[in-house]
Every structure is written in C-alpha cells, then in structure tokens.
Design a protein around this ligand. Structure first.
Ligand code: I3P
Length: 109
C-alpha cells in the first residue's frame, strides 16, 4: 500500500515527548512494505534504491498499533501510530477512507 501521509512526531523512543522544533507536520510519500512503513520524500518508484534520509524516516511497525486519533481535533483524518519502542506519530491521511485503510493495513502486520 502507498499514498500521501503527513506526519507529526509526538513522542520519541521510550515515549519521551518529541521536543519543540521537531514537532511540525511534514508531508511524505508513504510505502508499506513488509513490516516497515517507509516515509519517503519523493513519489514511490518500485525499482529505485531507498535514500539514506528515507531509511532514517522508516518506521518499524511490527507490534505497532494504529488507531483513529480521536483526541486530536486540529486536523481531520489523523491516525495515531504507537510503535513497539514507544514512539508516537500522528499521520494525517487525505481522506477518511484512506485513514481507515492505513489503520487496517498497519494493524494486520
Ligand atoms: C510545532 C508545530 C506543530 C504544533 C506543535 C509545535 O512547532 O508548530 O504544528 O503542533 O505544537 O510545537 P515546531 O515545528 O517548532 O516543532 P499542532 O499542529 O498539533 O498544533 P505542540 O508542541 O503543542 O504539539
């Protein structure tokens, strides 16, 4: 699965609040492959190598949990992704249908 997702980092490893200056929203091209959600700067190209920056932004979603971020009301269609090492990301999808689809696919892994 792939598509546009806009990300806000809410908590870093071990659940520590992401500090000011790194809490902004940033748009990515998201690709879910196996147990990894790649958040890429550019559009998905099946045969292109993954850049170093894109690797840094990749999220391991094994034992992660995705839910609708009902406690976040500033933006619509936002899902909350909690990873197994207690990072928390808010990910805004372009539509409710897309948000539901990402939640379903992430939780299947
Ligand atoms: C953050 C940025 C986010 C904002 C966040 C700010 O600043 O303005 O958009 O979240 O507020 O800290 P920075 O880019 O300097 O990290 P919202 O869009 O949800 O308001 P927060 O600290 O209350 O999460």
């Amino acid at each position: 699965k792939h598509g546009v997702l806009t990300r806000k980092s809410h908590a870093d490893m071990d659940g520590k609040r992401t500090p000011r200056g790194r809490r902004g929203w940033k748009k990515f091209y998201a690709v879910l492959k196996g147990m990894i959600l790649y958040l890429q700067k550019d559009e998905y190209k099946p045969d292109a190598d993954i850049s170093e920056v894109d690797l840094k932004n990749a999220v391991r979603i094994h034992h992660a949990l995705a839910t609708h971020a009902t406690d976040y009301s500033k933006r619509a269609n936002v899902l909350k992704l909690k990873t197994s090492d207690w990072r928390v990301y808010l990910l805004q999808a372009p539509s409710e249908e897309e948000m539901m689809s990402w939640i379903f696919r992430i939780n299947l892994v």
